[in-house]
Design a protein around this ligand. Structure first.
Ligand SMILES: [Zn+2]
Length: 337
């Protein structure tokens, strides 16, 4: 309530100044005289690491939202994102929409992607990442112990990476395995075999492979995920904070373990047992401030803060509001009692 009153006052001041033709409102002076308000310094998304020891007070990530590239409703979704002020997206592939990727020729797919890339231009939205397909056990399992399935997955994912060159994304989010893993060390070396091929295709598009921490599968713990990515200088990780919450409870701890290997993020919440992909504030993740500050100072992450809520449960505006009203206020310096 106090915050809304304060902003109402500022708004009245601004309108007043405009009406009288006076100087515009002096934000620098406002933040100088209000030490408990955090002056936002917007980060232009980049894959480059932040400087070590940099003063990150007020650094504000650009936010992004996960969008299903195969939805028939993609134009409405992009429109809603623009309206909510969200300028970045992660493109993901799910077959719930009207477009069946697997049964199409390359030519068909490329023309569909061309249409989408024109829509992205129209709504001034930049794709930051692509979530590679993961929902088919025999086509999307890079760590399959069965070599035939592994190779099938490699070929399929390679085709997807090549066909998505038009989007010029920085990250390709990869699930290294699927389902329960029998022999962990074999699965890890199978995943590495696939990644060796995929990372070159990603690089040819100007992007990089970012392997995601998963629940109950390959790359669940940092030890396993590290075993997959540490041999590669040019392969990074995706931290899904919701998955980390189920794994160990305080996602900032998982983030710290990743260090400068962190390549991109998935922001979602849950109650610690089911992977609900709720918006922040609707689950029980206790350490949002620490998560945000770890990204800035330990991971030195300067990319996009990608929200990955489940399906159609939330609107783009609700994600933007969760950032503005739930996460950002946690970063303010605390008032002394
Ligand atoms: Zn995720």
């Amino acid at each position: 309530m106090r915050t809304s009153l304060r902003f109402l006052l500022i708004l009245l001041l601004l309108v007043g100044c405009k009406a009288k033709g006076q100087e515009p409102f002096d934000w620098d002076e406002y933040y100088r005289t209000h030490p408990y308000e955090l002056k936002p310094i917007d980060i232009a998304p980049t894959t480059a690491l932040g400087k070590e020891g940099e003063d990150t007070k007020g650094f504000r990530y650009a936010i992004g939202y996960s969008v299903n590239i195969l939805d028939d409703t993609i134009e409405q979704e992009l429109q809603a994102l623009q309206k909510a002020g969200i300028r970045y997206i992660e493109l993901k592939f799910k077959y719930s929409g009207g477009y069946n990727f697997q049964s199409r020729t390359d030519e068909d797919i490329l023309s569909h992607f061309d249409t989408i890339s024109h829509l992205l231009e129209k709504y001034e939205i930049t794709p930051w990442s692509i979530h590679l397909p993961y929902d088919n056990a025999s086509w999307t399992n890079p760590g399959a112990v069965d070599e035939k399935i592994r190779k099938q997955s490699e070929d399929y994912l390679l085709r997807v990476i090549r066909l998505t060159a038009i989007f010029k994304v920085k990250c390709y989010v990869l699930h290294a395995g699927k389902g329960t893993i029998g022999n962990m060390s074999t699965a890890i070396s199978q995943a590495k075999k696939t990644i060796t091929v995929l990372k070159e295709a990603a690089k040819a598009n100007g992007g990089r492979i970012c392997v995601e921490n998963l629940i109950g599968s390959l790359a669940y713990n940092w030890e396993d995920l590290q075993a997959i990515v540490s041999d590669f200088d040019d392969v990074y990780t995706t931290l899904d904070v919701g998955h980390a919450n189920i794994n160990m409870g305080h996602p900032s701890e998982y983030a710290k373990q990743m260090g400068t290997k962190l390549g991109t993020v998935h922001i979602d919440d849950n109650l610690g047992s089911t992977d609900n992909h709720l918006l922040p504030g609707n689950g029980n993740i206790p350490d949002w401030k620490e998560i945000y500050e770890t990204f800035l100072n330990v991971n030195r992450y300067r990319g996009v803060f990608i929200f990955e809520p489940s399906g159609t449960s939330y609107s783009a505006q609700e994600a933007a509001d969760a950032y503005k009203n739930f996460i950002w206020p946690k970063l303010k310096p605390q008032k002394e009692e």
